[in-house]
Design a binder for this molecule. Structure first.
Ligand code: XIL
Length: 321
């Protein structure tokens, strides 16, 4: 990836080394992995479980692991409706108070890791499928200004970090993609800075009960990326997994390899796509089976940490670029 001008292939990071030496070996192998995104430890419920009560022990361990092993660090995520500490909603705060709560959260978390997070996912998943605003506590209380305000606070807290908006289902080049590109203009119209849009890349090999559209064609993927890069921001596939109805079959695993190849190819073909992050190493620890019942086998290493055809699909896309 680096030889082809990209910055990394990354993975979500959960630090379970006592149990999983094979996972650790892959993540510590610089030929495999060059960047990490803490999977849960930087989320609001983890770092500010009570108002003004910050707990950084677990987050620090993740950040330190990245720095000690020369892994580029993508920090995830400052403002998100999910895995949000319950007090934020339960307090029924007014506009001014919630802005202050958001400012204090961003200053404290992004400030603590200042200079260490190469990228920050500042806001995650602000839009619904139809491109309308998600009715999160932030949107309901502050209005659309919560988004540019979050970016402004993040820039103040860590001026050198690249600031990203991150969301799912942006790969289909449909209304959500278009409305997300408009968010770039919204953020800038408030005088704030945005450096990138992360396409999570939670895709499906085949129609499943939770997602009917399989990974789009190369053409559609490339067009989706261009919606953002045409506006002068970077892009990355930030949380890739391509799931299927389980059990996996050899045919489905081959098709999965083809789709991984397509996703990575679309990144290779766009100069402003900086790289890819897989949402984990092994199918054994993927979030998919816990979240989407009956679905899984979404990553590039199997339950025994053996490379799947998907791994070959990724590698081939890099070689062919
Ligand atoms: C997931 C984690 O992988 C799980 O361990 C956790 O239980 C729920 O969140 N979009 C995101 C990620 O931005 O933070 C989510 O990660 C997956 C969907």
């Amino acid at each position: 990836m680096k030889a082809k001008g990209k910055s990394h292939v990354g993975t979500a990071l959960a630090l379970r080394w006592g149990d999983e030496p094979l996972e650790e070996a892959i993540i510590r192998n610089p030929l495999e992995i060059g960047a990490v995104t803490p999977e849960n430890s930087l989320k609001w419920e983890s770092v500010e479980p009570g108002r003004g009560n910050f707990t950084f022990e677990v987050a620090d361990a993740h950040v330190n692991f990245a720095l000690e092993h020369d892994l580029s660090l993508r920090c995830h995520t400052l403002v998100w409706h999910s895995q949000l500490a319950p007090w934020v909603e339960a307090g029924n705060y007014d506009n001014a108070t919630l802005i202050e709560i958001m400012r204090s959260h961003i200053y404290t978390v992004a400030g603590r890791y200042k200079g260490r997070c190469k990228h920050w996912d500042v806001v995650n998943e602000a839009l619904e499928e139809d491109g309308s605003w998600r009715e999160s506590v932030f949107y309901k209380t502050i209005g659309e200004a919560f988004l540019p305000l979050a970016f402004k606070f993040a820039a103040e807290a860590d001026p050198d970090a690249k600031l990203w908006y991150n969301d799912y289902n942006l790969e289909y080049d449909e209304v959500k993609t278009i409305e997300t590109a408009n968010l770039i203009d919204l953020i800038r119209s408030y005088g704030a800075r945005i450096d990138g849009v992360g396409l999570q890349g939670h895709l499906v090999v085949e129609s499943t009960p939770t997602q009917s559209n399989p990974t789009p064609s190369l053409e559609v993927l490339e067009s989706a990326l261009r919606r953002f890069t045409d506006k002068g921001v970077d892009v990355e596939y930030t949380e890739i997994d391509i799931r299927m109805n389980t059990p996996a079959t050899p045919e489905k695993l081959e098709e999965q390899a083809t789709q991984y190849n397509r996703v990575v190819t679309s990144c290779m073909n766009n100069d402003r796509c900086i790289g890819i992050t897989l949402w984990g190493i092994s199918d054994k620890h993927s979030w998919i089976p816990y979240t989407f019942e009956g679905e899984g086998a979404a990553l590039a290493w199997d339950e025994n940490f053996q490379k799947k055809p998907a791994y070959g699909g990724i590698l081939q896309a890099i070689h062919d670029a």
